[in-house]
Design a protein around this ligand. Structure first.
Ligand code: MG
Length: 283
C-alpha cells in the first residue's frame, strides 16, 4: 500500500465515523475514537497523549516481494549487476583516489579478486540497517583465518567477521559473525562452504564531542536469521592482536568489504537503510 492509499483509507474511515457522530450530536466536533484520544494521560516526557491522534504516523514502506529483498526505502548497493556504487582505494600517494571496482561480477554475485584491495561504498553512512549475503568458496583451501576470510566493516572500521566456519577451528572472537577481536557471536549458525549466508546488521554509530567518546557503537546482528549480537557494545575499530579503542572519526563513512589475502569470498544482494528516530514529522 502506498502512503497515499493508506491516508485515503484512514480519511474515509474517519469521515464515516464523523457522519455518525454528527447525526447524534450537532454541537462541538467530537474526537473520532477511531483515530485517537485527547482525554488520555500524557506519555511520560513526551508531547503526546496515550493514543494521540496528532502523533506523527510512521512512513509507509513497501516490503520486498521476496524474502531478503530490499524494502522500498532501502539503498540498493548491489543488485546483481554492477559495482558502480563501490570503489577501491588508490595506492601509495594516491590513497585518497577512488578506483573503479574491479572485483569480478558474475551470475548475480561478485567475488573478491586479487589485486584490488578492499571494496568501499562511494556513499557514506552512520546509523544503519544492512542486509548482506555471502558465501565462502565451495573448494576448501586454507585453515583457521586463512579459509574464506573477508569481513563486513561498517564505517570502514567496525568488523563483523566473514569466515568459512565448517570444520574450521579458529579463535572464538575471530569466527564468522564475531565482532572481530572482541565478541564471538552468541551462536554459530553456519552453512556449508559454497552455500549462501545472510547477515542482517543494525549498527548504531559512535558519537564524539571533540576528542571525547560520548556514545560507543552498538551492533545487533542476525546471522542466517539467528540472533548473533543483541545491541552489543563495540570496544572500538577492528584491530589484530590488540585491544580495540576509539579515536574520533566523522559521523558517516563508507561500508567496506574486506579483501583478506584475496580469499575468493562471494557476495550478493546488499542493501542498506539509514536509520532515523521515532516520531519524525509527516511529510
Ligand atoms: Mg576478516
Amino acid at each position: 500500500m502506498t502512503r497515499k492509499e493508506f491516508l485515503l483509507m484512514s480519511t474515509a474511515a474517519a469521515a464515516g465515523g464523523a457522519a455518525l457522530a454528527n447525526a447524534q450530536q450537532t454541537s462541538a466536533p467530537q474526537p473520532n475514537p477511531d483515530l485517537g484520544f485527547k482525554d488520555t494521560p500524557m506519555e511520560p516526557g513526551m508531547p503526546w497523549h496515550v493514543h494521540d491522534p496528532d502523533r506523527p504516523h510512521p512512513k509507509v514502506v513497501t516490503p520486498a516481494a521476496t524474502l531478503g529483498g530490499a524494502p522500498s526505502d532501502a539503498i540498493v548497493l548491489f543488485d546483481g549487476k554492477d559495482l558502480s556504487k563501490w570503489y577501491h582505494r588508490g595506492r601509495g600517494a594516491n590513497r585518497d583516489a577512488q578506483v573503479n571496482a574491479g572485483w569480478k561480477v558474475e551470475n548475480g554475485c561478485f567475488e573478491i579478486t586479487r589485486g584490488f584491495g578492499d571494496l568501499l561504498t562511494r556513499e557514506k553512512f552512520g546509523d544503519i540497517q544492512l542486509h548482506v549475503e555471502w558465501a565462502s568458496p565451495a573448494a576448501v583451501t586454507g585453515t583457521s583465518q586463512g579459509r574464506g576470510n573477508s569481513g563486513v566493516l561498517v564505517m570502514a572500521r567496525y568488523e563483523i567477521q566473514v569466515l568459512d566456519m565448517w570444520d574450521n577451528p579458529t579463535y572464538a572472537d575471530g569466527g564468522a559473525g564475531a565482532i572481530y577481536g572482541q565478541w564471538p557471536p552468541l551462536v554459530t549458525p553456519a552453512r556449508r562452504p559454497g552455500e549462501w549466508n545472510t547477515y542482517d546488521i543494525v549498527f548504531e554509530a559512535p558519537q564524539f564531542e571533540g576528542e571525547k567518546l560520548v556514545k560507543p557503537a552498538f551492533f545487533t546482528v542476525f546471522y542466517n536469521g539467528v540472533l548473533a549480537h543483541n545491541r552489543k557494545e563495540s570496544m572500538g575499530p577492528m584491530v589484530y592482536r590488540q585491544v580495540a579503542h576509539y579515536t574520533p572519526h566523522p559521523a558517516e563513512d563508507s561500508l567496506m568489504l574486506q579483501d583478506h589475502n584475496s580469499n575468493p569470498v562471494r557476495y550478493r544482494n546488499i542493501w542498506i537503510r539509514r536509520l532515523a528516530g521515532y516520531d519524525r514529522p509527516e511529510k
